[in-house]
Design a protein around this ligand. Structure first.
Ligand code: KG4
Ligand code: ZN
Length: 341
């Protein structure tokens, strides 16, 4: 079953063709046009600019995804079994471009349409080239917009156990980088700087809510704690790696402890990581170590190219929804910027 996935929820315009069969998802093409360089100078995504860029990029990106998968537009109806698109959460004006394009393709070529929750997409990135995932699984979804622990009892069966009360983990990385003026997006630069640490004891930051006894998170206080430390330290510019190391470690400690606890509580067969922050090298490494303490639980993570926003993950989610005939009429699909899981 071939699915065309379309993603435009934030500042990446993406299209991908995947081939799904039984529990396996193979990527035939995966095109991402990133606007990072455009938004960099503002230190964050400007919705109006993002939407205008999506308008310019969406058709060429889809054309390239079809071309790379050896599909001629003339054979669209014959080759593509469904069109899957992110319908939220995200920026309204950005989501709209992907949705209108997906609707048009579905209508003209008479191919079923599938509405995909962007977070579900991140979760289904784990199922690309990976057939061994079993349920129940605990999924830690960590991106620029979300931080949540999810219990997955089966395909298309999600229960949110807890989420952030304020900033998302990725947002915390972005704001920390902004405070230290070291670049955008924050996650990759903080991680890169942290690798250069020489004195791991130089600064200490709190581990917010680590012993709260629930599955909620909070990262805005961590950012404020960092700000106060930086303000007091006249030499902080010379110790960026030390600050980045500690900041990253604080986030990793909290995420890992709560995820392991959830995996124990629900006797999870697998722990999965999802979202842009799951690209973090240390987080991947430390999760892998920590999950060894749970003999019945195997840890999986998406391949790096499927961690940050992409359309292969949307097509993957689309495939598992298509298997269950979870289609939507083109007249009914709606943008939902606050779509819950
Ligand atoms: O999933 P994503 O591409 O977009 C959203 O759905 O939000 O996630 C983007 C977020 C950004 O906040 C970025 O700083 C973070 O993921 N990120 C990372 C890394 N790469 C991207 N955070 C930590 N370490 C990384 N290597
Ligand atoms: Zn995302």
């Amino acid at each position: 079953m071939k699915i065309l996935g379309i993603e435009s929820s934030c500042d990446e315009t993406a299209a991908s063709i995947i081939n799904g069969n039984k529990n396996s998802v193979e990527v035939l093409s995966n095109i991402v046009s990133s606007q990072i360089d455009i938004h960099k100078k503002y230190g964050g995504v400007i919705p109006e600019i993002a939407a205008r860029e999506h308008v310019l990029d969406v058709l060429p990106v889809i054309k390239k995804a079809l071309f790379n998968a050896n599909i001629d537009l003339k054979n669209f109806s014959k080759e593509i079994d469904a069109v899957a698109v992110s319908s939220g959460p995200g920026l309204v004006s950005s989501l709209m471009i992907g949705i209108e394009t997906a609707k048009t393709l579905s209508y003209i070529f008479e191919v079923p349409l599938i509405s995909v929750n962007h977070i579900e997409g991140h979760i289904y990135a784990n199922f690309i080239n990976q057939t061994k995932i079993e349920f129940p699984a605990i999924v830690l979804t960590v991106s620029g917009g979300h931080t949540m622990l999810v219990l997955m009892r089966d395909y298309n069966n999600f229960e949110t156990l807890g989420e952030t009360k304020d900033d998302a983990a990725g947002e915390a990385f972005d704001k920390a980088a902004q405070l230290m003026d070291i670049g955008y997006p924050g996650g990759p630069v903080v991680s890169e700087q942290a690798e250069k640490v020489t004195n791991k004891e130089y600064v200490s930051l709190p581990r917010p809510m680590i012993n709260s006894g629930d599955f909620s998170f909070s990262f805005s206080g961590l950012k404020t704690a960092l700000l106060y430390k930086l303000q007091k330290d006249k030499n902080y510019k010379k110790h960026i790696p030390e600050y980045c190391y500690e900041f990253q470690q604080s986030i990793a400690d909290v995420l890992i402890k709560k995820t392991i606890k959830a995996a124990e509580k629900f006797s999870a067969k697998n722990i999965l990581l999802a979202g842009g922050v799951s690209a973090n090298k240390e987080l991947r490494l430390q999760f892998s170590e920590a999950s060894k303490k749970l003999p019945q639980t195997i840890f999986y993570k998406p391949e790096l190219s499927y961690t940050t926003d992409n359309a292969a993950m949307i097509a993957s989610a689309g495939y598992f929804k298509a298997r269950d005939k979870m289609y939507i009429d083109w007249k009914d699909i709606k943008v939902n910027p606050n779509l819950a899981l």
